[in-house]
Design a protein. Structure first.
Lengths: 507, 264
């Protein structure tokens, strides 16, 4: 579609350049193989999503939509969350567009005004952000708005305004971070913001679901009542997003005009600042550090120390990748709430979680240390024992996960020191075995490819095997701790159909 | 400008009998989708600078990757200074250095950290490796950026860091695939001088290069490989004689030999 449109535009024109940028962004985000299974699946999901939108449009065609307070607050919260994701995307896109695309020399050497090139690049960032969220929102919103609720086209305006604002913020942050920490720092921040925001949304939903049952008001109820009490979302400037989304003309005009003006100012400033810096001497991906002192500190005795030090440095210097990988564990966090809500299962539950979560974390880190290897050939031509290298890499992964490995057993030790030791041992065993699986089945690949995969975790079979293994070990740990904390002297075994007495337990 | 370091104990691994042949490939064959190397015999004497030339896809890099243990031949024997590299690869690797066309670097490590890592892999004691690393970094004009991560380096700077890594354990056998790629003229000259100096100290250097002028000026012997076979091998004069003209440049000789495989 983009290529088809580009062919009909004058080559080198502003619109043509914008579409070129959008094409690059889309390919960086979704890949470029239209015929791949993932691509086909994506189109099927989009078609299904559109189908749901059409059904919703038919169902709501004659239903009046009058926004109430709750809906306005929901729009505000969704807008804040969406804006957070958009800003993280803008940070990454700005860094890629300005510093990593590698095409600036080509574009600036072409007979096209440099300001046109820069403006097209910046508009391309906005368009790429807006397009990403359009796939999510427009298949539902457009049919509903088109069949009886034209005011809902305000959501499209809100989306555009948010994309403009996010792009301005992302560009400004990128320039500031690049100034002090180098352009890669901007990408790192963008990835971390995206990962944390994604994890926070999931956690909030889980907390609301789990704590809402039987404990009175849910977290959502509390948030809603707090926002209502302060008038957030329904009065003042915080009402603007909802008013725009529900089609009020003035907020729509205000939002679009303000964000467009801000974007125009940003483009003007960027044209001046970035082009001046570029012409003055180009851009550097990393700041050049002042060399200090000797180099003896970088030389370690023995293979283990050498490999361990290198893996630690590489992990510590790629926080975005570590964040991506470790945040996968967030999806195991609901286990915590199950355990904490049940007095009988508290210590055994902690033991189970310790093994599962720490094991998974070690597995994830081992995936990085063992498989994310930029120079496998260097290790192959070196006169070393590969098993020793793998051991050092696994121990580096375990060391990095040490706070988690030790943390939960310490809590368990308050109930049963023996159980804590057993848990610790099984946690270490679980971590070690997940690492062994990584060594056995992992395939080395450059770290950059791991970043593109978003910390996906290697093959599905290996991930399942690792999870099954730590789950079994976790079950054993939980069982042992249950036996150790169970007070048999006060036990009256329940008859069939009778619930056990909680007083049977020491804790 | 000073040359590369000397005096590491790798030579202690060698015995007297192994000192005549630095690299010996006998009956080597390798196929991927199709045969890439076919019954290749190659002998590089110790203390020589040997240039392996050939057109693109001739099998040069595959041959060298097998020599350093990165790829297994389908059949044949490989000896490095008399050590059976297929039977005792660690011993052979201990005295060999490999510098590929694409530098083997970690973007997130600094040159000093990279050299520390490589020295650890080759088990060089820190007290010995750190001064040599300092000397190499200064020689290659990397000392000022020793604490800057490699990710922002130019191609030439990365090549120099990798070259320092290849030299830090003072290998007996240096195998370098296009070692001058990305280097400026002055640094290329320094590297050529250093390689020559290493040979003068008894080391063996095998290089592949597309710059025939480099091979013509530097190499003691030249091998020309094409289609996975060694077409011709010898000194420049011997190659000229084989090509049938005494006054040809190496470029003319190369083109004549590679376009007439029947000569092999």
């Amino acid at each position: 579609m983009i290529g088809w449109t580009m062919r009909r535009l004058p080559a080198g024109s502003f619109a043509w350049l914008v579409l070129h940028e959008v094409r690059l962004s889309m390919r960086a985000r979704f890949g470029k193989r239209r015929a791949s299974l993932t691509g086909v699946l994506g189109w099927v999901i989009l078609a299904g999503w559109l189908g749901i939108g059409v059904l919703a449009a038919l169902g709501l065609a004659h239903v009046p939509i009058e926004p109430n307070n709750g809906q306005r607050i929901a729009v505000l919260v969704a807008a804040i969350l969406g804006f957070t994701f958009m800003t993280s995307q803008a940070l990454i896109a700005s860094q890629r567009t300005l510093y990593e695309s590698g095409d600036l020399d080509l574009l600036f050497s072409a007979p096209v005004p440099p300001r046109t090139v820069m403006s097209a690049k910046l508009v391309g960032i906005v368009a790429a952000i807006a397009l990403t969220y359009s796939f999510l929102i427009l298949p539902i919103v457009v049919p509903v708005a088109a069949v009886g609720h034209p005011r809902l086209f305000g959501i499209v305006a809100l989306l555009a305004a948010m994309a403009l604002l996010a792009a301005c913020l992302g560009l400004a942050l990128t320039l500031v971070i690049a100034r002090f920490a180098g352009p890669r720092g901007a990408r790192t921040l963008g990835q971390i913001v995206a990962a944390v925001a994604g994890g926070a949304v999931f956690l909030m939903s889980q907390i609301a679901n789990l704590r809402g049952s039987g404990r009175g008001r849910s977290a959502y109820d509390q948030l809603y009542q707090w926002m209502t009490a302060h008038g957030y979302g329904s009065t003042g400037w915080t009402a603007i997003p909802a008013s725009a989304a529900f089609g009020a003309p003035l907020p729509i005009v205000l939002l679009l005009a303000a964000t467009a003006l801000l974007f125009a100012l940003t483009v003007t400033a960027m044209n001046g600042l970035f082009l001046a810096a570029y012409r003055a001497g180009g851009v550097r991906l990393s700041p050049r550090r002042q060399a200090r002192g000797g180099i003896a500190r970088h030389f370690h005795p023995g293979l283990f120390g050498t490999v361990f030090a290198k893996e630690w440095k590489l992990l510590a210097r790629d926080p975005a990748l570590v964040f991506q990988v470790v945040l996968r564990l967030i999806y195991l966090v609901p286990l915590f709430f199950v355990g904490l809500n049940n007095k009988v299962a508290f210590a055994p539950g902690l033991a189970f979680m310790s093994v599962v979560i720490a094991g998974q974390m070690v597995g994830s880190l081992a995936w990085l240390t063992v498989s994310a290897e930029d120079t496998p050939d260097l290790l192959k031509v070196a006169p070393i024992d590969k098993a020793a290298v793998d051991r050092a890499k696994m121990i580096a992964a375990i060391a990095m996960a040490a706070p988690l490995i030790v943390g939960l057993p310490i809590v368990i030790a308050l109930s049963t020191p023996t159980g804590a030791l057993v848990t610790l041992a099984l946690t270490l065993l679980g971590g070690w075995l997940t690492g062994v699986l990584e060594v056995r089945f992992g395939k080395p690949a450059p770290r950059s490819s791991f970043r593109r995969r978003g910390g996906g975790g290697g093959s599905l079979v290996r991930t399942l095997l690792q999870f099954a293994m730590v789950a079994v070990l976790g079950g054993i740990a939980g069982g042992v701790v249950l036996l150790l904390t169970f007070d048999f002297s006060r036990t009256n075994l329940p008859r069939a159909g009778q619930a056990p007495n909680v007083s049977m337990l020491r804790h | 400008m000073r040359g590369p370091p000397v005096g590491f104990p790798a030579s202690a691994l060698l015995d007297e009998a192994s000192m005549t042949s630095a690299l010996s490939l006998r009956g080597i064959s390798k196929a991927f989708d199709k045969p890439v190397i076919v019954d290749l015999d190659l002998e590089v004497a110790a203390g020589q600078l040997y240039a392996l030339l050939g057109p693109n896809g001739a099998g040069k890099t595959t041959t060298l990757r097998m020599a350093v243990g990165l790829a297994d031949p389908d059949k044949g024997n490989i000896h490095v200074y008399g050590i059976d590299a297929r039977r005792d690869p660690r011993k052979a690797k201990a005295i060999t250095a490999w510098l590929p066309d694409d530098p083997m670097l970690y973007d997130k490590l600094t040159p000093a950290e990279y050299l520390g890592f490589v020295a650890g892999l080759w088990n060089i004691a820190p007290a010995q490796a750190a001064p040599e690393a300092e000397r190499l970094l200064k020689w290659l004009e990397l000392w000022e950026v020793r604490d800057t991560r490699c990710e922002g380096f130019s191609r030439g700077m990365k090549q120099k860091v990798a070259l320092a890594g290849a030299l830090i354990h003072d290998p007996q056998l240096l195998i370098l695939d296009e070692p001058l790629t990305g280097l400026d003229a002055a640094m290329a000259r320094s590297v050529k001088d250093a390689l020559r100096a290493a040979v003068d100290r008894g080391k063996t250097v095998i290089v592949t290069t597309h710059i025939l002028d480099v091979a013509e000026r530097m190499a003691d012997r030249i091998g020309i490989i094409a289609g996975g076979k060694l077409l011709a091998e010898g000194t420049l004069d011997e190659l000229r004689e084989r090509a049938g003209a005494d006054d040809m440049t190496l470029e003319d000789t190369f083109i004549r030999l590679t376009s007439a495989p029947a000569l092999a």
